[in-house]
Design a protein around this ligand. Structure first.
Ligand code: SAM
Length: 364
């Protein structure tokens, strides 16, 4: 794949410009008069597509992490809606696709405003995403200092954005994990209390791993393997294999470990992220000096969420690329990334962060 970006003027008969969108975004710093000739740039660990992410999901490796930073309902870019009411319509085809391609270990980080997220939350739940927690990016007073006419806006000035943490709720044969664990044990014909013997614990297996309520606890992989081994040795031979994901053999501890999302929290990190809005040097600028993309996110926050929820070589999706901050963070961390950006100008400048020496920073 060619790594340089070849451009062709729209007027010279390149791809047609993006489909008309429902709205026109707030003023852009610059609009280039050309579009990429190829709709993909890749170095084989990072793939950046020009176009609508809906057209690419099926070509991407399945994600361990999805970083969504799309419409906010504030006319933030061409195609953003003008209010939160229309956000569900905007997001639904994407959320549906994420659910189709998610793994049991996939984490979704959903960036938005408070009302934007509140509007989308029921949709995410409906498509199988389980809410974990809300992280608040507090940009501090400096973000708005002296610039807000509260008499006109008639509210307290907002200096926050949310980054909401979801995991994909895996099902086996249509059952939630806790339902499946109990159903499998019952199939063995063994008494419930024997699950404790199987796991070598006093009562934790019945009280936690087979519980159907809020006390349910994901069995650690080694305990799961003990449960499965015991069930297959002592359970009714007619029903074997027990605790199998394939129908062929019992799942191993490694396979079981992949049935939930990854998460590692660096010491001292909490859910309020006090981090100034992007500083001058961090912002990608148009030749005029104006900020190129009003929604550009800080690399360190992107790195934080990606590092917390994935390992080296895992796949990160960035469906609404903008200047591809999540993909750049992914590449710094040795992850693979697939991203798309529908606006040719943003695509062009986002791509420069990967190919232009001006933006390079040592890779890990
Ligand atoms: C909020 S911005 C993302 C900013 C990005 N996180 C960054 O740090 O630069 C959303 C971007 O998604 C793009 N976009 C909107 N709909 C899209 C779609 N269906 N496929 C690809 N990109 C899309 C918009 O053009 C916009 O640049």
């Amino acid at each position: 794949m060619k790594n340089d970006i070849t451009k062709k003027k729209i007027s010279e008969g390149g791809l047609t410009k993006n489909e008309a969108t429902s709205t026109v975004g707030r003023s852009k710093a610059i609009t280039l008069d050309y579009i990429p000739e190829k709709d993909i740039w890749t170095d084989y660990s990072i793939s950046l597509h020009y176009g609508d992410s809906l057209n690419f999901y099926h070509t991407w490796d399945r994600p361990t992490v999805i970083v969504s930073d799309g419409a906010y309902g504030v006319l933030g870019f061409e195609g953003d809606t003008s209010d939160h009411i229309h956000l569900p319509q905007w997001y639904e085809p994407h959320i549906k696709a994420w659910s189709e391609f998610a793994l049991p270990s996939t984490t979704l980080w959903f960036w938005n405003s408070e009302i934007g997220w509140a509007t989308i939350h029921p949709l995410l739940e409906r498509y199988g995403w389980r809410y974990v927690g809300t992280n608040v990016w507090d940009k501090g007073k400096g973000h708005i200092a002296g610039n807000v006419n509260t008499g006109r806006i008639r509210q307290f000035p907002i200096v926050t954005e949310l980054c909401v943490h979801y995991v994909f709720e895996p099902r086996i044969n249509g059952l939630l994990l806790k339902e499946w664990l109990l159903a499998e044990w019952k199939r063995t014909g063994l008494p419930l209390r024997e699950a404790n013997t199987a796991c070598g614990v006093a009562d934790a297996a019945v009280r936690k791993y087979l519980d159907q309520g809020h006390l349910w606890y994901f069995p650690p992989p080694e305990k799961f393997e003990m449960l499965a081994t015991y069930a297959n040795e002592h359970g009714n031979p007619a029903g074997r294999p027990y605790f199998s994901l394939t129908g062929q053999s019992p799942a191993s501890s490694e396979q079981w470990a992949m049935m939930r999302a990854k998460f590692k929290c660096p010491h001292g990190v909490i859910n309020v992220w006090q981090r100034d809005a992007l500083r001058n040097g961090e912002r990608i600028k148009a030749p005029s000096g104006k900020a190129l993309h009003l929604n550009q996110k800080p690399l360190d926050l992107m790195e934080r969420i990606i590092e917390a929820s994935s390992d080296i070589s895992d796949v990160v999706w960035e469906p609404f690329g903008g200047l591809f901050s999540a993909s750049l963070a992914a590449s710094h961390l040795g992850r693979r990334a697939y991203a798309a950006e529908i606006d040719s100008t943003y695509y062009y400048y986002g791509l420069q962060r990967f190919i232009s020496p001006t933006y390079q920073r040592p890779l890990l």
